[in-house]
Design a protein around this ligand. Structure first.
Ligand code: MOS
Length: 729
């Protein structure tokens, strides 16, 4: 099915099941520990051996020799895979660095070997005995040092051109009575998801099955096949449960490739979980940025010039952090420029992490807006309202499909009690605490992706949905069940959902906050087809039958779905794909974050006291799951504001704090009262579901709202994340 005109009324609009706050149908499996994750597939693979990865001890250079004798002689060892004995490996489309080093080493902790043994302890002990001799060569590990040599990256499907310009920025900025020219920095960050990257691999003849933890099944089947040099139809990926991804599991990583190679070498199934201390340097991370923002405004606070330049680094052949992209769309202003520059760094591979681009971009832009509001002597909410735009400011003929940023700001201000904010920084005391309020806008584009599903109706009138869509803790199972229940007119508990298996139709997958809307739209398409089959088989030749209460009815004739399905059942498969509707109108999601902080006047300790998010993101398919997404994102935003930073060793070229003791993320005690409000809206241009994404919108702007609250509390403007207490003293 092709979606190329705005959606009209359809069965989803009944909202009998969709739009209702609904408990996760997979919740009991997870809370009772019976959901089987990739490393726990004893049911399917009872005889798996254990693989432990050895990571490179240098950041850049060459392996001179590997002494495997002691490891091979260790108890229980079945195989050792290295670059020298693995055969020729290809490189996937989505990896920048190779997933098994040798002889060249491209980054610290790049895998150099997999040791396979009968037990995990044996494999771990033997891995310690692998001796590697390297020749290290000089690398560049410091973004600020590499910045001047940075170049414009190639345009990319998701992020567009590196540079944009409208009007005459330089002249308008020079002429503006109110100006800001400031530089902001965001650090390298790690996804630090709860479940490590993990895979269990088994070969049957030339066919490979990998139980893994992966967000994008079809991409990863393709990449795994390419890496191993086998046809994609001989690779099956199974990933029904994922303990967090945040973009770190969009792509095949070393665990999957090495489990496959280890299994081949050992002649039996092998499972590999990346050790926590290996993850931060072995897998991808969100790259650090340096961002220069210049804003000029007239005396009334109207922006006349806005410029945003962003620098980040990656390995040769890698991509940039597109931190300037929201600035192309968020605020009005006749004269504008954005520029993205990419430096070559020899640090581990950078890639997508929750709201790549916008998350770090808004960390800078939304502080800059706070600084400009102060110069314009406007309330920060008002300053944003004054500079709202209802058209794409780079292409003024192009509207937004929906844009209710102003309502998010206004409603949020009212709910939060923003009028109680003292505009004079550093002047509100609560005992030993300095108290401050901060606000920031949230913005994230809404992407749509082709997505397919198969729907079965059985002899009992039960519905089953199959699609390779994944659930990374987001609630995909539940919204897909809700969609099928709504479409087929059956109760939610009459729908079974099977996800994350490459034998099922190819879905949008979980990425870029496109999964919820796109994957349910694919299920919608398959259900439309199934409804047609049901109507035909029931003998309803014309007219629109009604599907409700497990029955299908037309006029005064009504039959149960069970009867229509008959003993053989019915099955339908279809996909939803998208025309150029998204080109005609800009599809984006909007929100506003409000934060209250308290800062200890003596020690500089920062506590977040209250948070509120107001989001405008199309139809909210399951307000309960969507709220969970947003409060999770708000928590992650607090981490970005106050804690998260991969500390770079600029001499040796690695992230020093590579475990969860050194890489700090918020814990429950750090997270205060959080409230989430969704504006009641539908976006008929997004899909027949009229929904959009919220999982990434929720993090966008949060850290800046915290930073602005810290400024309001203390009068100290920190432009360098994370805002640790030393920066306040
Ligand atoms: Mo997202 S960073 O595309 O999982």
């Amino acid at each position: 099915m092709k979606f190329d005109t705005p959606a009209t009324t359809n069965p989803i609009d009944q909202l009998k099941v969709i739009g209702k706050p609904t408990d996760r149908i997979d919740g009991p499996l997870k809370t009772t520990g019976t959901a089987r994750y990739a490393y726990e597939r004893h049911d399917a693979v009872p005889d798996a051996a254990y693989g432990v990865v050895v990571g490179a001890g240098i950041a850049k250079g060459r392996i001179v020799s590997m002494d495997l004798a002691a490891a091979r002689a260790a108890p229980g060892v079945r195989a050792i895979v290295t670059g020298a004995n693995a055969g020729k490996l290809g490189k996937g489309n989505f990896n920048t660095a190779r997933l098994l080093a040798g002889p060249g080493v491209q980054h610290y902790h790049q895998a150099v070997a997999l040791v396979v043994a009968d037990t995990f302890e044996q494999a771990r002990a033997a891995a310690q005995l692998v001796r590697v001799e390297y020749v290290a060569t000089r690398g560049q590990f410091d973004l600020s040092a590499a910045k001047d040599g940075a170049k414009a990256p190639k345009p990319n499907d998701f992020s567009g051109p590196p540079d944009t310009a409208v009007g005459d920025f330089a002249t308008a900025f020079a002429a503006a009575p109110l100006t800001l020219d400031a530089t902001y920095t965001t650090p390298d960050q790690s996804h630090a998801m709860m479940e490590p990257h993990a895979s269990t691999a088994a070969w049957h003849g030339g066919h490979l099955t990998v139980w893994t933890s992966n967000q994008m099944i079809a991409w990863s089947v393709g990449d795994l096949a390419k890496t191993l040099g086998i046809p994609a139809d001989r690779v099956r990926l199974v990933s029904p449960f994922i303990g967090g991804g945040f973009g770190g599991k969009l792509f095949v990583r070393a665990d999957a490739v090495l489990a496959a190679l280890g299994s081949k070498a050992a002649g039996r199934p092998v499972k590999v979980a990346l050790q926590r201390p290996l993850m931060m340097n072995n897998t991808t991370h969100r790259p650090a940025t340096i961002q220069r923002i210049r804003i000029g405004a007239d005396a009334a606070g109207k922006i006349t010039a806005i410029g945003h330049e962003g620098w980040s680094g990656d390995l040769p052949g890698g991509g940039p952090e597109t931190a300037v992209n929201q600035t192309r769309l968020l605020y009005a202003g006749a004269n504008r420029l954005t520029a993205t520059r990419l430096a070559v760094l020899d640090l581990p591979e950078g890639n997508a992490m929750r709201a790549p681009g916008e998350a770090p971009g808004l960390m800078a832009l939304e502080i800059a807006m706070d600084e400009m509001a102060e110069r314009a002597k406007l309330d920060p909410v008002e300053f944003r309202v004054v500079n709202d735009t209802q058209v794409d400011p780079e292409k003024p003929g192009r509207p937004f499909s929906q844009r209710r940023l102003v309502e998010c700001l206004r409603l949020g201000a009212e709910r939060f009690g923003w009028s109680r904010r003292n505009p004079r920084p550093g002047s509100t005391r609560d005992g030993r605490w300095l108290v401050g309020y901060g606000v920031a806008a949230a913005f994230r584009n809404n992407l749509v992706m082709k997505s397919a599903a198969r729907v079965r109706l059985d002899a009992r009138g039960r519905v089953a949905v199959e699609t390779d869509m994944t659930d990374i803790g987001t609630g995909s199972y539940t919204i897909i069940a809700q969609t099928a229940a709504e479409m087929m007119g059956v109760p939610l508990d009459h729908v079974a959902v099977r996800l994350g298996d490459s034998t099922y139709p190819v879905s949008a997958g979980s990425g870029g906050q496109w999964g919820g809307n796109s994957a349910t739209a694919g299920v919608y398409a398959a259900c439309v087809k199934l409804r047609q089959s049901v109507a035909r088989k029931a003998g309803f030749m014309s007219g629109e039958p009604v599907f409700a209460d497990g029955r299908v009815q037309l006029g005064d004739r009504s039959v149960t779905l069970a009867e229509v399905a008959g003993p053989d059942g019915l099955v339908a498969e279809d996909f939803m794909e998208y025309g150029d509707l998204g080109q005609k109108a800009q599809q984006s999601t909007f929100g506003a974050h409000f934060v209250e902080v308290a800062v200890d006047a003596a020690t500089g300790e920062i506590r977040v006291r209250r948070m509120l998010a107001v989001c405008a993101a199309g139809r909210i398919l399951n307000p309960k799951a969507a709220r969970s997404q947003v409060i999770g994102a708000m928590s992650m935003g607090v981490g970005a504001a106050l804690m998260e930073e991969l500390a770079v060793d600029h001499r040796r070229g690695f992230f020093v704090n590579h475990d969860l003791a050194g890489y700090e993320v918020p814990v429950h005690a750090d997270i205060p009262h959080q409230e989430v409000v969704f504006l009641d809206e539908t976006d008929p241009q997004s899909s027949p579901m009229k929904a959009k994404g919220v999982g990434e919108l929720g993090i966008c702007g949060v850290a800046a709202a915290v930073a602005n609250a810290v400024y309001n509390a203390t009068g100290v403007r920190v432009r360098d994340y994370p805002i640790t207490l030393d920066k306040l003293l």
